[in-house]
Ligand binder design. Structure first.
Ligand code: FDA
Length: 401
């Protein structure tokens, strides 16, 4: 039987941050992971350069049944705190787009940094190691693992969500929650490409590869607690549906069975422009539209919405032009699903935040049991927010255990 002050299960972003924080306070910490290779998600993140935080990260950039839950941890460990750590380890970084910070060289540097921080506190590693059972005993916990029994008064669950099972994602955290009677918010793939019925998508298959900046929205944006969201980002047509940052962002808010609405020309009121230009623009409809949209897309959209490419603008009734304007400025379409966990960057939902303390991340009714990172019902936007939550929740638990 090996005795520790803290056992952290899951050596990803949140788990390593938590273990290092607790160990540097002088606690005896063991960090357990079932994978053979350390922190694969950090390694592949941000196209191999890890978008490790976002300088603008705040509670408004996160989805949760309780939007207030993340405030405490995020305010106590900020993007500036993580940047200070990155600088301390002399890792070069740059800002790319809307506050997103990336490594200049490689995501491996973030993994090495977290390993060094764990080493500075003398964290003990068990990896690869399978946790066979977790049980309460004598005011603490006993873990049966395939490399022996571990006893600790505090256990932190940092096993992440369900996305990308190929690199080791499991439902371990959710099973522990069920074992201890903790409520869950139903997990769903998020930051994920959306798909459409083959028949509905047939006119758009040819457009695969086209990218453009759009406004996309879903759900209701009204009231004090809006259920929907709107983003201006790039959209990408694929063979099976839509992807690109705009769609990944909106996918986290999209509810199955409901539509998304895309404005393909967010800077132009198309109907008004066409009606106004009827007297002066002599071109055919296809040529008119391809001033503003990629020609292949303009043609495909006209055909899909039943307009002739060679119709002359001057001959078209205003009602038809208003219909065309709505088809481009408010293109409403209902996905039949998403590409699922094999393509999702994150899982939305997870351990219900009503079960946890927002200061410490400890389960209210199970003293000594903590949940951090993606296991919890806190999901960030695309752009470095999910790592910031992993660091902040990891530090909150690491300071409290
Ligand atoms: P994480 O998934 O990092 O770690 C969980 C750990 O638990 C893993 O090491 C796993 O092996 C281990 N584990 C699982 N089950 C276990 C079990 N049964 N027993 C023992 N160990 C177990 N975010 C961002 O902010 N910027 C970015 O650039 C990107 N890029 C990105 C790209 C891709 C392709 C993906 C899939 C995801 C991203 N993300 C991202 C999201 C980000 O990677 C994610 O939100 C964090 O890694 C979550 O951190 P956690 O520590 O909670 O889980």
């Amino acid at each position: 039987m090996a005795k520790f002050d803290v056992a952290v299960i899951g050596a990803g972003a949140a788990g390593m941050m938590c273990a290092a924080t607790a160990a540097q306070r002088g606690l005896r910490v063991v960090l357990i992971d079932h994978a053979a290779k350390l922190a694969e998600k950090i390694r592949i993140s941000g196209g191999g350069r890890c978008n490790f935080t976002n300088v603008n990260a705040g509670p408004a950039n996160f989805l949760s049944e309780n939007p207030h839950f993340c405030k405490s941890a995020l305010s106590r460990y900020t993007p500036a705190d993580f940047v200070a750590l990155v600088k301390k380890h002399r890792i070069g970084y740059h800002e790319k787009h809307r506050g997103q910070l990336f490594c200049d060289d490689s995501a491996e540097q973030i993994i090495e940094m977290l390993k060094d921080e764990c080493a500075a506190g003398d964290v003990h590693w068990r990896m690869p190691c399978k946790v066979e059972s977790l049980a309460q005993a004598d005011g603490g916990f006993v873990l049966e693992t395939d490399s022996g029994t571990i006893e600790a008064p505090s256990v932190v669950i940092a096993t992440g969500g369900l996305s990308i099972p190929k690199i080791g994602a499991t439902d371990f955290g959710y099973r522990v929650a069920a074992q201890f009677g903790l409520r869950m918010v139903e997990p769903r793939p998020a930051l994920v490409p959306l798909t459409f019925d083959a028949q509905q998508w047939a006119p758009f298959v040819e457009m695969s590869g086209i990218a453009l900046e759009v406004d996309v929205e879903t759900g209701s944006l009204k009231g004090r607690n809006p259920t929907g969201a709107r983003f201006r980002e790039d959209l990408l047509f694929t063979h099976r549906g839509l992807s690109g940052p705009a769609i990944l962002q909106i996918s986290s808010y999209w509810q199955p069975g409901t539509p998304i609405t895309i404005n393909l020309l967010p800077e132009l009121d198309l109907a008004a422009t066409l009606i106004e230009g009827k007297g002066t623009i002599k071109k055919q409809l296809g040529n008119v539209l391809s001033q503003w949209l990629p020609a292949r897309l303009a043609e495909g959209l006209l055909l899909a919405h039943g307009f002739a490419l060679d119709a002359r603008l001057a001959d078209m009734p205003d009602a038809q032009l208003r219909k065309l304007g709505a088809a481009i400025n408010q293109w409403s379409l209902t996905p039949n699903g998403s590409e699922g966990y094999k393509k999702a960057e994150v899982t939305r939902g997870g351990i219900d935040t009503r079960e946890l303390s927002q200061q410490t991340m400890m389960a209210n009714k199970i003293p000594g049991l903590y949940f951090i990172g993606e296991t919890v019902d806190v999901t960030g936007w695309l752009g470095g927010y999910n790592f910031q939550w992993a660091w902040a929740s990891g530090v909150a638990a690491g300071q409290a255990v």
